[in-house]
Write a protein that binds this ligand. Structure first.
Ligand code: FE2
Ligand code: FE2
Length: 182
């Protein structure tokens, strides 16, 4: 498989916006964190996370449908399946099967909520608790674009309770806070 550095080059070839890059870093970091917890390969999980939205900026109407073509020169069909499965029931019918895919599906939206929570706090990621994220979760007007139902569906799918999902995402984003502008 190509290196993380090369994977980042591929991402940047198709995505120029800083907010998309930050989102890619958030999902990458969270996937790495879960891989370590699960005794799996953080490099592989991380690169899936880094590239999951590869086709979003240039082909928003074909999200997760254009990705196979963009990724085929670098990755095998297993990797591509994992990337596309995060759009399950949203833009494609590629079902998350592997544990890694189920976690990706779940944390894609959750990283957005944790990120948005950090933006509201003067201390950003420092000292953020699960409770503070849960509070924002319950506030309907806050980060309204974050699909809470999808996160709950994912939580059930991967068998990880919401507090653990949130805590692991907090840990991950704290580690990369400089890179994601927090
Ligand atoms: Fe996506
Ligand atoms: Fe995403």
């Amino acid at each position: 498989m190509i290196s993380r550095e090369e994977a980042l080059e591929v991402f940047k070839k198709y995505n120029k916006s800083e907010s998309l890059l930050h989102h890619a870093y958030c999902v990458e970091a969270t996937m790495r964190e879960f891989a370590v917890k699960k005794g799996e390969d953080p490099e592989y999980w991380g690169i899936v996370g880094l590239l999951h939205d590869i086709d979003w900026e240039m082909y928003p109407e074909e999200h997760c449908k254009k990705a196979p073509e963009l990724l085929a020169p670098y990755f095998d069909s297993d990797f591509i399946h994992s990337v596309c499965s995060h759009g399950w029931g949203i833009c494609v019918d590629v079902e998350p099967v592997k544990e890694m895919e189920k976690i990706l599906y779940t944390i894609d939206e959750l990283t957005g909520l944790v990120y948005a929570t950090a933006l509201m706090r003067p201390e950003k990621m420092v000292g953020m608790s699960v409770k503070s994220v849960k509070k924002k979760w319950s506030s309907k007007g806050f980060a309204a674009g974050v699909n809470r139902d999808l996160i709950l569906k994912g939580s059930e799918l991967c068998g990880i309770e919401l507090p653990e999902l949130i805590q692991t995402t907090i840990d991950a984003l704290t580690k990369v806070s400089d890179a994601i502008g927090l």
